[in-house]
Structure formats: C-alpha cells, structure tokens
Write a protein that binds this ligand. Structure first.
Ligand code: 13P
Ligand code: SF4
Length: 325
C-alpha cells in the first residue's frame, strides 16, 4: 500500500476536507460512515449509523458512488445491495477479524451436521458466508430475525458466539447452535470495569453492545446496537452512562447529549480496523476511485437474497425479496 505522509496540522485537515467535498460533488458520491469511525470522518460523512441503518441507506441512495468508511463486510454489503453502483472502501486492509473467523467451507460442514436448522449469519461475515445462509441479521434486529423463523426450532448462528448467546436468552423456544467467533475489541470489557465506575456513581447506566461477553452483559441496564444506544440515551432521564462499545461512539453521543456524561467501559475499546480510515485515505479514495469492492455475480445474487430477507423482516421494502425459505 502507498504510504501517506502524516500531517496533523489543522490547516492541512481543512484543506483535505475541502478537497473531499469537491471530489464528492464531482464524482456524484455519498459518504457513508459507521459510528466507530474517527471523529473527523464522521463529521464529513453524509450518513452515519449502525450496520442496519447503513445497509438501508445504501439501498436508498441515488448517488452513483458509495464511499464506505467502515470495514470490508460493510462495503461488501453495500456492493451486494447495489450491483449497479460503484462502492469504494478507502483502506483496503480494513477487515473485521470476527468476520474472518468463519469461512463458507466451515459453514457448509456445520450445515451438514444440522440439516434441519435454519442458518442466520450476522452481517459481520463475508459475502461467501452470507451466500451459504438463509437470512442475515445485524445487532439491532438479531432477536427479531431469529423469532421470524417460525418453521424452525433449530438455528445455526454465525459467527459471533456472544450475539448468538444473547439471542438465545431472548428466544428460549429455539435451540441456537453457536459458532465460536468473537469480536477482539468488545471482549476486552471486564466486569470490574463496570463495577469500578458504579462504586463512584451508583446511578450510572451501563449500555452494552451484545458483542460483549455474557458476564458483562449480565451487568447491563440496556443491551443494543450502536444505533440503539443513541435512541436509548436520548430518551433516558439518567445523566451518566458507561458505554460498552467502541470509542468512536463518543463523538456523536457527546454532541447530541451535552448535558450527559459518558464513561467508556475501558480505554481499550478501540477497533484498529475502524480507525484505519483517515481524511487522507478518504481523499485518496475519491481522487483515484479506489478501492472498488466487487462481489462475483453468483455469490452476489445468493447473498443479496439473504440480505433482502433481512431487510424485509426489518421493514425495508426489498428490491427483490423472497421471504420464503
Ligand atoms: P452495529 O451494527 O451495532 O453498529 O455494530 C457493528 C459492529 O461491528 C460492532 O462491532
Ligand atoms: Fe469487527 Fe469488532 Fe471491529 Fe466491529 S468492533 S468491526 S466486530 S473487530
């Protein structure tokens, strides 16, 4: 990869921002950024949100080019949902380690062991894994998706064991068969981190992402996706919150709730892949139209059905949904 010069000078950043906005217009592009992105990237983005909101935004946009500031599976999802658009990922190495913990081949082996189970894949998975699944889910609709599988008692859930375990607590009438994947960032939260803040502020609310470990989730006042956290905190009467998800969330939480105080559960809640995207790489991406995310036709059409089914269950009008499986 081409090494970019480091320059943290504020005036240089202003120039970069202007350049990005000009290129965005010239290219008829939309900048979509996940809630974990760097502050300055979120600030420039047209749309920020959680994985579900960003998939929905990708379907709705009229722009010809989608610049996805996030990780590979997110850009891949946008590409699958928009086969006629150009989808760019500014940093080609920005992968999600959890998504890489399962392959299509391993999933096929698991399916052979449980032939009567439906297969639900978390959106944090490759296009090939999606193509092998029955329906996709995100952290904001996982419970709803598993409940929707009325014809199935057994459900294979890949790759996140923690989200799968959480879904099992909410849908006890089904048997969830877990894969052993996990998020290396979210598992860093420890019970002691929460108990320590609670010692000083007994009234603090702990809001956790379902990718945290079960013993940490057991301490949570509320468990939800990153998008769900904004909604919950806005309407809550509490004044203090421990945030059990990636540090990028603090940017918008603080802006939207200036009267509330936030504690990151641990300073280690930083996803290295999400932080790879900088203004420099964003400008580079728009200028050179890199890195194009393309999914082979056969995989794309199968994975699209799996995503369309999810969007249909979550209330989005699908482009070609078949919700019978
Ligand atoms: P959300 O869909 O809740 O934004 O989560 C995405 C993710 O990668 C969490 O680690
Ligand atoms: Fe993947 Fe975890 Fe980073 Fe989310 S926070 S993108 S699950 S590594």
């Amino acid at each position: 990869m081409v090494k970019q010069p480091e320059n943290t000078d504020a005036s240089y950043n202003e120039l970069l921002k202007k350049k990005i906005l000009r290129l965005k217009k010239d290219r008829n592009a939309v900048i979509i950024a996940h809630n974990y992105q760097r502050d300055e990237v979120q600030e420039l983005a047209d749309i920020t949100g959680d994985s579900l909101a960003l998939s929905q935004a990708a379907v709705r946009t009229d722009a010809k080019v989608i610049i996805f500031c996030g990780v590979t599976f997110m850009a891949e999802t946008a590409a699958i949902l928009n086969p006629d658009k150009t989808v760019l990922l500014p940093v080609v190495e920005a992968g999600c380690p959890m998504a890489d913990m399962i392959t299509a081949e391993k999933l096929r082996t698991m399916k052979a062991e449980y032939p009567d189970a439906a297969v639900v894949c978390y959106v944090n998975s490759s296009a090939k894994v999606k193509a092998e699944s029955d329906i996709c889910c995100t952290s904001s609709n996982a419970v709803e998706i598993v409940r929707s599988l009325s014809g199935h008692k057994k459900v294979i859930f890949v790759p996140d064991r923690n989200l799968g375990r959480y879904v099992q607590t909410q849908v006890p009438d089904k048997q969830i068969i877990l894969w052993k994947g996990f998020c290396p960032t979210h598992i860093r939260v420890q019970e002691e981190d929460i108990l320590e803040v609670r010692k000083t502020y007994p009234d603090v609310e702990f809001i956790a992402h379902p990718e945290c470990e079960p013993e940490v989730l057991a301490l949570a006042d509320h468990i939800c996706s990153t998008g769900g956290m904004f909604k919950y905190i806005k309407q809550s009467r509490s004044k203090r919150f421990i945030i059990g998800t990636e540090s990028g969330m603090l940017y918008k939480l603080k802006r939207e709730n200036p009267d509330k105080e936030f504690f990151l559960a641990t300073p280690h809640l930083i996803c290295p892949s999400m932080k790879l995207t900088t203004l420099g790489w964003l400008a580079h991406s728009l200028e050179n139209m890199v890195y194009k995310i393309e999914v082979p036709d056969d995989i794309c059409s199968k994975a699209k059905k799996v995503l369309d089914r999810m969007l249909a269950v979550s209330g989005e009008k699908p482009m070609s949904a078949t919700v019978g499986y």
